[in-house]
Design a protein around this ligand. Structure first.
Ligand code: HAM
Length: 419
């Protein structure tokens, strides 16, 4: 039997209510912050991610699902959502439209990683991107949006950590400081870090190899190298968050795994999620759009990992209750009444009542059992006598109370008793 590819997961009908809850909360929160949905393709030209996400990142170097299509073009399954949104924004000339531009997405993304709990090869993100506003208010608004989403999911133990990784000019000074610091240790560091040393020494701070991690522990910190503008920006972001009641701590070691960031970066971390504790990450990326060939448009955004959120919701005891079953199960006593139940079901559905009827020639007892197992709210029994009266015997499955109800009144009977 063929099995699911490693690192992927099926969501079965019995579990999909969990996803609906998270997606619905995402859409509602986005709407409160006036972000509208954007949908972009699952695959893009490989070049987009190489340039956008950055060719010194693990994502681009090791984790992309890249292949040649039948026309010989290199395409890649999106490893994240930001680059595609930026491409669409530029391609549709939206830089000339109403600003700020605010968009959210609910997407699947693909990274060839070593799978473990909370780390998959196909995973799902809820993300938001805001373009056109360079000031710290935009950073604070995007972070507040992310915090509100987690709060609306009921999560209480997810901590916000923020940092600033400066702009091009102050980062150049910082890179020099990092090179001076790491140069004497190069011999003890992994091969990847030796390449990072040349291309982007800040990436060394994100290395997962123990030896490199312990060397990096005492490396200079970006916060000590911020230029005056970046420092003022970061201070204002913090002040706005405090005023907005969004709790945070400054964590100088956050560098993020993607190259496009500048100034503010942030992560929401849960202790409950185990090793993959970062449930949401983001930051400002003021140079990406220009780097992609557009005009310079300041940008800030975030993305949350849906699978990780569900793990944290479970750990915090915040998973929602399963959906109810249908409102009304129509049970037929014999062949004739089952046929009548089939027709009545169509009428009820047209009236907006969800209902089901027997499709497997089951006995009334077995039909009741099915209705009970699937959580039907009412069971309406149709037999010879009921049909002669133009009525059904309707049982409320929660209270076990029964009542005779005229068939023509059945839809209203159910609608009026909705919770
Ligand atoms: P990221 O930190 O690479 O950022 O991913 C965001 C979130 O996606 C992570 O915090 C994590 O919850 C989830 N995630 C990432 N990789 C996996 C995986 N293999 N399995 C399960 N979940 C995963 C970005 O993707 C940026 N585009 C965020 C952003 C938007 N920055 C600005 N705008």
């Amino acid at each position: 039997m063929i099995q699911i590819p490693k690192g992927c997961k099926d969501v079965l009908p019995s579990q999909v209510y969990l996803w609906h809850k998270v997606e619905e909360t995402a859409r509602k929160t986005a709407s409160a912050y006036a972000f509208r949905e954007i949908r972009t393709p699952v695959f893009e030209h490989t070049e987009l991610f190489a340039r956008g996400v950055g060719d010194t990142t693990d994502i681009v170097n090791k984790e992309m699902y890249t292949f040649l299509d039948k026309g010989g073009r290199s395409v890649t399954l999106r490893p994240e959502g930001t680059a595609g949104v930026a491409r669409a924004f530029l391609e549709h000339g939206l830089a000339g439209g109403v600003m700020p531009f605010k968009a959210y997405y609910l997407i699947s993304a693909f990274r060839y990683e070593r799978p473990q709990a909370g780390r998959l090869r196909e995973f799902h993100q809820f993300g938001g991107e805001l373009y056109g506003a360079a000031g710290p208010e935009a950073d604070a608004e995007v972070i507040a949006f992310a915090a509100a989403f987690l709060q609306n999911l009921g999560l209480e133990h997810v901590a916000l950590q923020i940092n600033s990784i400066g702009c091009k000019s102050c980062r150049a000074r910082y890179h020099e400081a990092l090179r001076t610091y790491f140069a004497p240790h190069l011999g003890e560091m992994c091969e990847d870090c030796r390449t990072r040393f040349e291309k982007n020494p800040m990436r060394i701070l994100d290395c997962k190899v123990e030896g490199c991690k312990s060397i990096a522990a005492n490396a200079p910190r970006m916060l000590d190298y911020l230029c005056d503008d970046c420092r003022a920006h970061f201070e204002q972001v913090q002040s706005l968050l405090t005023q907005a009641g969004v709790a945070f701590t400054v964590n100088p070691s956050i560098v993020r795994g993607l190259d496009y960031y500048s100034r503010t970066v942030f992560e929401f971390v849960s202790a409950a999620a185990g090793a993959q504790g970062t449930v949401l990450g983001g930051g400002r990326y003021d140079t990406l759009l220009e780097q992609m060939g557009g005009k310079a448009v300041p940008a800030v955004g975030f993305a949350a990992g849906m699978e990780r959120l569900l793990l944290v919701m479970e750990a915090e005891g915040k998973l929602p209750a399963p959906d109810d079953g249908v409102e009304c199960y129509l049970a037929g006593m014999d062949k004739h009444s089952r046929a009548q139940a089939f027709l009545l079901a169509q009428r009820l559905r047209r009236a907006g009542v969800s209902c089901e009827t027997d499709l497997m020639e089951r006995s009334v007892k077995a039909q009741f059992k099915y209705a009970d197992k699937t959580g039907a709210r009412y069971v309406a029994v149709l037999g010879e006598r009921e049909l002669a009266e133009g009525a059904a015997e309707v049982k409320d499955m929660a209270s076990s109370a029964s009542e005779r109800v005229k068939l023509k009144d059945l839809a209203n009977y159910i609608i009026q008793r909705r919770k």
